[in-house]
Design a protein around this ligand. Sequence first.
Ligand code: 5AD
Ligand code: SF4
Length: 463
Amino acid sequence: MPKDANTAADKKKLFIKTWGCQMNVYDSRRMADILRPFGYAVSEEPEDADMMILNTCHIREKATDKVFSELGRMRRLKDKKEAEGGTMIMAVAGCVAQAEGEYIMERAPYVDLVFGPQTYHELPEMLAKLTGAYGTERIVSTELDTENKFDSLPEESNDQGVTAFLSVQEGCDKFCTFCVVPYTRGGEYSRTVQQIVDEAKALIDSGAREITLLGQNVNAFHGEGYDGKSWNLPKIIEELAKLNDLDRIRYTTSHPRDMEMSLIEAHRDIDKLMPYLHLPVQSGSNKILKAMNRKHERDMYFKIIEDLRKARPDIALSGDFIVGFPGESDQDFEDTMDLVRQVKYASAYSFKYSPRPGTPAANMANLVREDVKTERLAALQGLINEHQLEFNKNCIGKTLPVLFDRTDKKGDKLHGRTPYNQAIHVTASERLMGHSANVVIDGAFANSLTGDLELQESILKSA
Ligand code: 5AD
Ligand code: SF4
């Protein structure tokens, strides 16, 4: 690795635009880590960049269109730079790159480099090939072999702040019929416990107090432990909970099939594990769940929720829903509404079904009309919003520990998160950044809370 490439004189500007999930946000940061020793410094502005990476998401509709329209805009910057005698390397990364690599190369001749989520650790070699004396003209790198990636990544740059993300698992073997992830991210792969603990320690040393363990199917985690045996998610959570300066642990995203009892019990037994769970169900209809190949029925989902609430009565639940999957009747949709009424999510995400090329559902018959999808989405989102507001309002008057993670844009307030992952704005000194303090909740909105530090409350009362 070129040790002295980091001097100000040869600093190169790197612009990365990221779409999609937390995994992509994590990957973008790691791309910056890889390129840093080669003189690249991240810039917030695309103008005049030496390298531009669009890290893309393919999960829902119009993904490819969005990439091409962004590429069109970025191309003007590249043309301008080249007209002035400079160069700009343009790269497309992520899941659209994985799925549509060759097509991107064909349609956008100004793109130099296309690489998928499982090959970005080879960026230095790709760059050397691109820019070297015997430079290949353009490169597409979209193998799905994950074995090497985490081994080859440099140390985490550790600048994530108070709340940090740590990727522990990638890929998916579930093959839900609507989803591109098994094709764009490849099969399930877990990092070793040693790698994860080392990265967690580095994050904590640089100020992280909350770590969210990331994975497309994070509760299918089965990484190699210190003893050479495979460890599951609750075991790695227990190990991380031993790290002194770490206050909070979260994990996302989970699949109901992998919601083992030991993980449910971890919510009862491990104080640092936050009472919040994102557990997508997608539909409340058994017929649709089957067509989606979700490998579980609605009753199994209810049983998990029941067990979770027994283990941790205050747990806040979140989920994902798809409306308008092929064959979804009014009754199937009503089953989804009924499931939502029974579970009462603290927050949830819902989407109109969009056919993804190459997935089994893309060839299914009985498509749901667009206007019906729109109607159903509005009804579902209305119900979810009601529950979310109710969940937030139920917090008024309670005292909750808040971890302060950043200063608020406006003035003297700090932004923090409750254990239930609600955003909260509190008037507090900047000295509380990175610390937890008890807050008495006095206001609740659709997406956030307000409150006063408990200490201030008691002073006010005694005055
Ligand atoms: N259409 C609509 N929503 C989708 N999701 C995944 N694939 C599709 C699709 N083809 C949603 C699911 C998933 C979330 C990340 O995106 O709800 O949980
Ligand atoms: Fe996609 Fe289903 Fe895997 Fe989730 S579990 S990533 S929805 S295939």
